[in-house]
Structures are given as C-alpha cells and as structure tokens.
Design a protein around this ligand. Structure first.
Ligand code: G4P
Length: 532
C-alpha cells in the first residue's frame, strides 16, 4: 500500500487517480452497508463486514472504547482504502450518530467529494441536511445515492423534487428504477439505455443477481413498469434534468443513482460514478489566500486527533490529509504552528481498525501519525517549503458544562486531560478569570460529547470529573470592546477559547442574543459555523 519508496512516482499523476470522499447520511440509511458493498465491489476485503460491521452483526467492528460498545455506535473515524480500475479510493468514515457531528464535520474538511446517501422511504433526514450544509459551505461536490430500492419506498420523481425544493440541489439521475416501490424490477442506465434486472436470491436479502437485458427484450418482458419508467425518463429529458459538470463541481447539481446496498445492487454503478465524476485532489488554498500546488513539497493538514485507539499503547493518532507533494515515512516535517520538527518514522496508514506502516503517500491520502499529543485539529505539517492552511472551522456549540475534578490530588492530571481533549476537538474549552482555572467551561455541539469527556477523564487521565450544566444554548465570536458591553449583562457571559484565544460570547437563548443585538447594534457578534 502507498507505493514503493525507492521509486518515486509523479505526484500529479498519483493525485489524479485518487478519489478521497465520505458518505453523508442519517443513521440507519445504510452507510455501513454501503461502505461494505463498495469495498466488496472493489474487492478490497474478502467478506462484507470485515471492516465496518456493526455490533455482532458481521464480524469485526471497531470497539476501542467501552462506551462505543455500550451504545453500538461508531465514534472513531477511520479510512477505508481500495483500488478500482486503476483508481485509488480513500473512503473516510464519518461517525453516524447525530451527537458526534463535530467530528463528522471535520472529516468533511479532508475530502474532495461526498456521497449523499438517502433511504428511499425517508428522503432527506435531519442529519443528512446538516451534513449537506457543511458540504455546501465547503464547496464539496455531492453524488446522491438513493438506497433500499429493493423495498417499499417513495416515488423516484417525488424524491428528486424533494432534493431540489428543500436544498436547492439540481438532481441529475444517471439511472432510473423500473417497477413500483416494493416491486423493484431493475435499473435503466440513462446514458446507454441498457437495463439491469434485479433478481432476488431465494431465502435472503443479502445478495441479488444482476442480469443485463437488452432494452427491447426488457420492454417486452417488463410491460407497464417499463412504460412508466420510459415516460418518466422522457419527462426528465424534457425538464433538462441532466448532469452539468460545472454545476456539479460548484456544488449546485448532483448526479443521482438508485440502488440497494444490502443486496449489492447498483453499487457498481455508484463506484464507477465516483471514479469518473468525483473530483481528484487539487491545489489547496493556504492562509494567505494563495494556493499550494499539488507538486509543491509535502504539506498536509491534521483533521482529526484520536486518542486511546490502541488500548495496549494508550497512544494518540493524528490523521493527516496529504495536500501536496509526496510523503515518505521517516521524512522530517515541520509543525507549522510551533515551528517544531516532527518525526515520522512510525507513520501509518489507517485501514479500518488495523494500522500498517506506510512508506509513501500522495495528495488525497490520509496518513496516521502516532504519539501526536502535540498536534491539534487544523494544524499544518510541511516539508521544506513552509505553508499554513486555514484552520478548520469549528461549529457553534449549543451545550455547555463546567468541569471540576472530584479529587483535588489529581489536579495535574485534570489539567492535562482537559488540555488533550481540547486539542483533539472533543469539546471546546472556554475560560474566564471569574471562573478560574479549576473550573473550565466545556462547549460541544452535541451533549453526548460530555459522556466521552467523563469516560476519558476517568479512564485515560485518571482524573474523574464532575460536570455541571450551564444554561447557555448559543454562542457568538466577539471582540474585546464588545466584551466590555456584554459583560455583566443578564443571560450572557464572555469566555476565552483556550485553543486560539478568541473571545466567545454565550447566551441563554436566541431571544437574549437578539435583544442585545437590537440594543447595541455596534457590538461584534459573529456567528460561528452553524451545526444545523
Ligand atoms: P447506518 O450505517 O447508516 O446506520 O446503516 P446500516 O448500514 O447499519 O443499515 C441500517 C439498516 O438498513 C440495516 O438493517 C441494514 O441491513 C439495512 N439496509 C441497508 N441497506 C439496505 C438495502 O439496500 N436494502 C434493505 N432492504 N435494507 C438495507 P438492520 O435490520 O438494522 O440490520 P441487519 O440486521 O440487517 O444487519
């Protein structure tokens, strides 16, 4: 994996054959199933479930934390990598549970494209909408996959309409289902007109047989179902529902595919579409607004820091997206934020739960750097030519808790633990002179983050904490002058974010915020990236 260090390859060529993407969906839409099906299709793994299976379902699952086991959800992000037709696909896993969304958002900073996965019976759901907003904000092009077509769902035209009306994304179907919901016959490929018939396998939903049938024969054999599909396709042609490559790249048009991940039907077409249409890595904007070309010396950005992945070693692993150049294991790097050198002797690829050493990586790849306690989400690493990438925006927290140690003899461990969780971005740590160092305020997008804090502080840092809820629900970035106006007012407090020193004003509710904005139109209250 990753190539042979002794034979450097052309960076541009290597970048061009990479597709780095994520699947965005609402829990239960079938993300794990689709991930397995994609990898299976690309023959990356021998048996579905070897990488992403869920609790007891199909073999191995990631279980680095007891909490994860208890809840049966995946908190960790890992990377699945597979080759298909000469292309190299890096599929970055996004934790599915609504409460871990901050993590998911960060993963979206490291991809070049996304698959928006919908359940055919449910259409656009809450978590999908939030994640789609992030893609739109970051200009990440989206391919839509409507899943579970093997069972009763909604009308395809109605689903397309929902996509267009609710999120303003112009859908461009690449294939079209034949047969009404619950009586699925197969898919017509819109470009070639060819038909792939769906055959259920007796006694199991797990795998369908795909039969390629010439259009004339399909028209004879499928009767009314075929006619309806043909009429619908004519309608799509009429309204111009075709793929506009420019609009897709700009994030305003989305190719749509129908299929069923569980029986692995239509997944091959999706894989081909990702290879053909999803963008390859390209030059990345740096902090000055200039661009770091792919061919520049190595540079990468940390998009995730994960601690405790390996129980035996209690290490932390920084996930770094390669943005330019060729990375070689052992290469000396500089940490842009501190100017410190970094050893990369133990760089790894991250494949599901397994890690193996990595020799070389190219733009679009993800490398894992162990013992990364000095690295923070958003940090830049580079070789030779210095560069700093803009920070990954953090999302407006909506939940706030004060943390205190329950055992004063563990004050040092408490401090260290809170600092580490801050760096990893598990929570944002806010402080004020008034509250003092012993009682930092922890801010999160979802309340479950606090369970992670409590569990890790107790287990990993041996500094159990007591968390007390604060009555705030919304936050804005402010400045020193405005802070003077805000301080002392009822229902608002100004705190300093430890990580970057910025001033954050927190409000009990939006009404209080609006009232202050009305009374003091001069104060700076900049919205943070909304989590939905
Ligand atoms: P998630 O990661 O997005 O949360 O979803 P997951 O893949 O776990 O899928 C959620 C449920 O939907 C699973 O059923 C899964 O089998 C089912 N599913 C996924 N894709 C399809 C599909 O194309 N067709 C049909 N009919 N079902 C699909 P479950 O009952 O929760 O689990 P299991 O007992 O099937 O493993």
């Amino acid at each position: 994996m990753g190539g042979d260090a002794s034979a450097p390859r052309d960076v541009a060529e290597e970048a061009a054959r990479r597709r780095t993407f994520a699947v965005i969906s609402h829990p239960d839409a079938g993300k794990s199933t689709l991930t397995e099906a994609l990898a299976l299709h690309a023959a990356a793994i021998d048996e579905a479930g070897a990488v992403h299976g869920k609790a007891g379902r199909r073999g191995v699952r990631s279980d680095w934390m007891d909490m994860e086991r208890a809840r049966g959800i995946s908190i960790t992000s890992s990377v699945l990598r597979f080759e298909h037709g000469g292309m190299l696909l890096n599929l970055l896993d996004t934790p599915g549970h609504a409460d871990f969304s901050e993590d998911t958002y960060r993963v979206l900073a490291a991809v070049d494209g996304a698959i928006m996965l919908l359940d055919s019976a449910k259409g656009l759901e809450a978590q999908t909408l939030k994640l789609f907003d992030v893609c739109r904000h970051r200009g990440v092009p989206v391919i839509t996959f409507v899943n579970k077509w093997d069972r009763p769902g909604r009308e395809p035209l109605e689903l397309l309409d929902e996509i267009e009306q609710r999120i303003g994304l112009r859908p461009a179907p690449l294939n079209w289902p034949v047969g009404v919901a619950g009586d699925f016959r197969g898919l017509i490929d819109r470009a070639s007109g060819s038909f792939t018939r769906f055959h259920r396998t007796p006694g199991g939903a797990r795998r369908a047989v795909a039969e390629h049938v010439p259009a004339e024969r399909a028209a004879r054999e499928e009767g009314g179902a075929w006619e309806t599909a043909v009429e619908e396709l004519a309608l799509l042609d009429e309204i111009g529902a075709v793929l506009d490559a420019e609009a897709f790249a700009a994030g305003t048009c989305s190719p749509v595919l129908f299929g069923a991940a569980l029986p692995n039907f239509g997944v091959g077409a999706l894989l081909e579409t990702v290879c053909r249409l999803a963008p390859a890595p390209s030059a990345r904007e740096d902090e000055t607004g200039g661009e770091r070309p792919l061919s520049a010396p190595f540079a990468g950005q940390v998009f995730k820091v994960q601690a405790g992945m390996d129980r035996a070693h209690r290490d932390s692993l920084a996930f770094v997206r390669v943005c330019s150049g060729r990375f070689e294991r052992g290469m000396p790097l500089t940490h842009a934020q501190t100017g410190r050198p970094l050893v990369t002797k133990y760089a790894q690829t991250v494949f599901g739960r397994d890690r193996s050493t990595l020799d070389a990586a190219y733009p679009g790849d993800v490398i894992g750097l162990p013992n990364a306690s000095g690295l923070t989400v958003g940090d830049t690493l580079y070789a030779k030519a210095p560069v700093v990438f803009p920070p990954i925006p953090s999302f407006a927290p909506e939940h706030f808790m004060v943390a205190r140690t329950t055992d004063n003899s563990r004050a040092k461990q408490f401090r260290r633990g809170i600092e580490q969780l801050d760096k990893e971005g598990v929570v944002q740590v806010l402080r004020s002179d008034l509250r003092g160092d012993q009682a930092p305020v922890l801010a999160a997008v979802g309340p479950l983050q606090f369970d992670v804090v409590a569990a890790r502080m107790a287990d990993e840092f041996t500094a159990p904490v007591e968390l007390t809820r604060l009555d705030y629900s919304t936050a804005r970035v402010t400045d020193k002058e405005s802070a003077e106006v805000l301080n002392g007012r009822r229902g608002v407090e100004v705190l300093t974010r430890t990580l970057d020193g910025s001033l954050i004003a927190v409000f009990v509710d939006r009404w209080r915020l609006r009232a202050i904005e009305r009374e003091h139109p001069g104060v700076t209250l900049t919205p943070m990236l909304a989590a939905g």
